[in-house]
Design a protein around this ligand. Sequence first.
Ligand SMILES: Cc1ncc(COP(=O)(O)O)c(C=O)c1O
Length: 364
Amino acid sequence: MHIELDAPNLGEIEKEYLSKVIDSGFVSTFGPFVSEFEEKFAGYLNATRAVSTQSGTAALHMALYEMGIGKGDEVIVPALTFVATVTPVMYVHARPVFADVEKDTWNIDPKEIEQCVSSRTRAIIPVHLYGNPCNMDAIMKIAGKYKLVVIEDATESLGAIYKGRYTGTIGDLGCFSFNGNKTITTGGGGMIIGSNEGSLEHIKFLVNQARDESKGYYHPEIGFNYRMTNLEAALGMAQMERLDIFSDKKRRFSEIYREELSNIPDVSFQGQYEGAASSWWLTCVTFGEKTDLPSLQKALREKGVPTRRVFMPVIEFPPFAADSSAFGNSREIYERGLCLPSSTLNSEEDIYYVCTTIKELVSQ
Ligand SMILES: Cc1ncc(COP(=O)(O)O)c(C=O)c1O
């Protein structure tokens, strides 16, 4: 038995498509896979247009840039997220303003968002943490009231649904990541989706060095080299063919974890909103005071069960330092939370073994 936390699931289709790219010689931006992947991705999510990028971080950077967010502007972000939600705010010289998350869903708390709004606020970046959709109704209402842009950090939530719509399609722009540990991977890569054709067309131009190809090597604006390669897009196309299987598997794993562990008083699961269906990119739980997390993690590792601590709140890092007592829920979830094996390489038996092992180690 070999249990994986978040390892990618790559197989024969991926090899076949990569071979096609190698045989064609078009390993960089040219070649058919990039536009095919963008179209397939947009079609899957029912989005008007998708533009591929080199990473989820680059997607978030381009989304902020395209929305004209810059110096003097404030962007509201959750304190509990991966650092790459926040670094793009710095790239455009805006100021991140941190909001605490809800204890139950682990997602940005709309009440906290409203308290963070100032005359300088321009945007909100809700993060669907570990695949769990945010309270988008409340967030869009606040955005409407104060005329704010909403850029969804859907990097972890491909396939998650909020009230009949895929996450990433609800705000002005949605950003995705295809890093090796995500539900589908291109090795490294990202995507921006949205409904404003003009904006997405402009992002496509920006990520390609702002090159006006009709005039050869002519660059009327400052651009970026954020292009996805044909090699990466070939992987993306292969992975899209298997996305439904991956999503079903992750959902099933999360059901098994709930069935097996939810009656342990010391274990709590990430809660979902009414009408929300998480993609369960990673199933994560918090343990109560009776469990010493580092010891549990070590004991699990010794029994072949890899786990990962929940993200350290971004306000703990020197560039963003803030008084952590104002972010009690983020801090508590970090201190008590563990991500459980969720790779689609695992079998259901593997997940049952993880549950049995946790039950042996955690006091009930
Ligand atoms: C919440 C969050 N935001 C942003 C990113 C950045 O994505 P990437 O690693 O593709 O740059 C990630 C993933 O790594 C993430 O988990």
